[in-house]
Write a protein that binds this ligand. Sequence first.
Ligand SMILES: CC(C)(COP(=O)(O)OP(=O)(O)OC[C@H]1O[C@@H](n2cnc3c(N)ncnc32)[C@H](O)[C@@H]1OP(=O)(O)O)[C@@H](O)C(=O)NCCC(=O)NCCS
Length: 165
Amino acid sequence: MTINGQHHEITIRNTRSEDIPKIVNLQKESFPYLAQYGNIWHPSELESHLHVFPEGQFCAELNGEVVASATSLIVTLNPEYLEHTWKQITDDGMLTNHNPKGDSLYGADISTHPKVRHEGIGKMLYDKRKDLVMKSNLRRMISGGRLFNYCEHADKMSALNTLKR
Ligand SMILES: CC(C)(COP(=O)(O)OP(=O)(O)OC[C@H]1O[C@@H](n2cnc3c(N)ncnc32)[C@H](O)[C@@H]1OP(=O)(O)O)[C@@H](O)C(=O)NCCC(=O)NCCS
């Protein structure tokens, strides 16, 4: 990756427990709105992710700094497009519902620090997820997305129309 004309190496690797404070800081920068309400990963949740599914937790390192991270778990949805909330599918953020015998990799969270966005780091993390899907012989990858601030418009407009605008 080139910043101010200088080449910098990005390393994508599995998250380790010593990364947890760095990921909490990254979350504050990446989700400032949610951070105001404490709706970002807590250290205890990140510890739980590493406990239940270390192979599914990735981060990006740039010059010793954690600049992006991605959280995943394995689930089976029945029926296969079962409606769910983020809270349900992540077992309230703990991923304790992770099922190693499941058939779908579920992307629970991804963020890149605002100062290094649009440099392909998000894609690199997704590529790691795809490798994991192949290696684990899973059927698919699923990710949920958020319509930022939709709650402020929900009484006036459907989610689909909000997306179209
Ligand atoms: C989404 C996010 C992880 C992308 O990270 P990134 O490292 O910039 O990703 P990449 O550089 O690989 O790809 C960027 C591409 O993703 C797409 N993209 C990024 N954010 C998007 C958004 N909010 N809506 C639609 N597309 C988006 C664009 O096509 C963009 O292409 P561009 O750089 O040509 O504009 C980053 O923008 C982020 O952290 N956002 C805030 C946190 C968030 O919303 N996370 C997802 C929900 S958990």
